[in-house]
Design a protein around this ligand. Structure first.
Ligand code: NI
Length: 185
C-alpha cells in the first residue's frame, strides 16, 4: 500500500517517535508499505512520521547511487529503533531535499561519521559506524524520528526567505509526483 506523504506543517513530523517491539501489529506490512511509498515517490529514504506514524522506524535504499559508489549498490535497509550513540569527524556541507518538503533543497551541515545502534527487519541487533553520504542520509532520516526537519538548520535569515514556500507546502500549494497529505486541508 502506498501512503500519502505528510508534509511540512503536519504535527506528526514534530513528534519524537517511540521504540517498537516484536509485537508491533502488522510489522512486516509496515516495512513493505514504507518501501513501496518511498519508491513511488522516488525517494532514497523514508521515516515513519512521513506516513503519519510515530514508531521509531525508517527505510533507506541507496542502491541508485551504486554506480558512483559501489559500496552503496546493496544498501537497502530498514532501521528499527535506531539510536545514534556518537557523531564524529568533520562537519560537511551538502545540499539535501526531503519528500516532506517538496521543491526545497538547502545546504545542511552534518557530521561525516556516526555510530548507530539499531535492529534490522529480522530483529537482529547492529552497532555500526557509517560515514560519508550514508551517514548523511541516516542522520536526515534519524532527524525525522526526533521531530526535526532539515529546514530547522537554516539560518534565521534563510528561514525568513523560505517562509512563504513553507506556508505554500503546508497548504498543499505545491506540485509533486506523489500523493501528499495536506495538514491544513
Ligand atoms: Ni526527509
Amino acid at each position: 500500500m502506498i501512503y500519502p506523504i505528510t508534509v511540512f506543517g503536519d504535527p506528526v513530523l514534530r513528534k519524537v517517535t517511540t521504540d517498537i517491539d516484536q509485537n508491533y501489529k502488522g510489522f512486516e506490512k509496515l516495512i513493505e508499505d514504507m518501501f513501496d511509498t518511498m519508491y513511488n515517490a522516488e525517494g532514497i529514504g523514508l521515516a515513519a512520521p512521513q506516513i503519519g506514524l510515530t514508531c521509531r522506524v525508517f527505510v533507506v535504499d541507496l542502491s541508485p547511487l551504486g554506480e558512483e559508489e559501489p559500496l552503496l549498490k546493496d544498501f537497502i535497509k530498514a532501521f528499527i529503533n535506531p539510536h545514534i550513540i556518537e557523531k564524529s569527524g568533520d562537519k560537511v556541507l551538502m545540499e539535501e531535499g526531503c519528500l516532506s518538503l517538496p521543491g526545497l533543497r538547502e545546504d545542511v551541515l552534518r557530521y561525516d561519521t556516526i555510530r548507530m545502534k539499531y535492529l534490522d527487519s529480522n530483529w537482529q541487533v547492529h552497532d555500526e559506524v557509517f560515514t560519508g553520504f550514508t551517514a548523511r542520509v541516516l542522520q536526515h532520516e534519524y532527524d525525522h524520528l526526533e521531530g526535526v526537519m532539515f529546514v530547522d538548520y537554516c539560518s534565521p535569515l534563510k528561514k525568513r526567505i523560505l517562509k512563504g514556500k513553507l506556508t505554500d507546502i503546508s497548504k498543499g500549494q505545491v506540485t509533486t509526483t506523489y500523493r501528499i497529505k495536506v495538514p491544513r486541508a
